[in-house]
Design a protein around this ligand. Sequence first.
Ligand code: 1HN
Length: 348
Amino acid sequence: MGATNPEIQAARQDFYERIATGSCTPLWEVLGVIVPESPPALCKPYLWKWKTVWPWIQQAGELITAKQAERRVLVLENPGLPGKSRITQSLYAGLQLILPGEVAPTHRHSQSALRFVMHGSGAYTAVDGQKVKMNVGDFVITPQFMWHDHGNTSNEPMVWLDGLDLPIVEMFNAQYFEKYEADTQKVNRSERLNLAMFGNAMKPVEYTRKSKTSPLFWYPYERTLEALHVLRHAQDAHPSWGYKLQYVNPVTGGWPMPSIGTFMQLLPAGFKGKAYQATDSTVFSVVEGSGKCTVGGVTLEFNAKDVFVCPSWMPYSFEALTECVLFSYSDRPAQQALDLWREADSQI
Ligand code: 1HN
């Protein structure tokens, strides 16, 4: 729009005020903001150092019990999205502590959740009558609206990264939450049953699919790491992401969760990756190794147990000082379901 004379401007202002009384507003005043040329950089690149957050996690453990808190979690809040309890525009992340002897009571909700174990071993999560013991590097799914509780029967604290699609469910205004009548749910199936039924590229013949979420809900690190090591010796690294596997739903070959995609990648020592750019903001959890991620003009220097975030459409590249193993999650399945996801080769 060119220069407008003050009379017209005043008339427009008056018009806007009149139509506002009937809940109308002019598109032309906001079009550039609501339809930008490319994703605006509201979400910022950021790194949470384990050595900074671990003392805070322990202090939270002295201030409140898991039962009192319902879930004792430090939310990783993106500095570009303060007060919104989210790490990216569409996803939530938090660090959950469960101390020896504690129980995080049973509840269920319409949000889908993932757990990625960062510290400790031997605590369990129970999902829909089935319990699994978790170890560092394990990826565990809590499908939407399934009863779940956690407990720590080991003698060390356990910390995991929670990833939920909270902002997506909030956007649809489809939130439901219920508490169970008891703290812990009845467990009626043995611990290794889930892996036996769905964890061997096989499934019981009589199995019929009931939900879009993978019936396999425990993906142990041992197996993932072994696969990456075999790949690493068999083929060249991808120029951007080294060796990267995506977790799959074994009965569909698709994503294990309908809204959140999950990955594990290995960067060989000395790896220097080409920049990569995609529309899914991605949360990384460092399992092993030390390296750097350059994203949006900043360099994030990471070590084991650090968590960092690469926002949508910002080119990012990796450098590995030692061999690195990185878990990551993003909203790629949700974007793909809507035909929105894009990636590009880019140079920075
Ligand atoms: C939840 O149910 C858990 O079950 C963790 O461990 C974090 C954040 C918001 C809403 C529900 C859990 C959560 C959550």
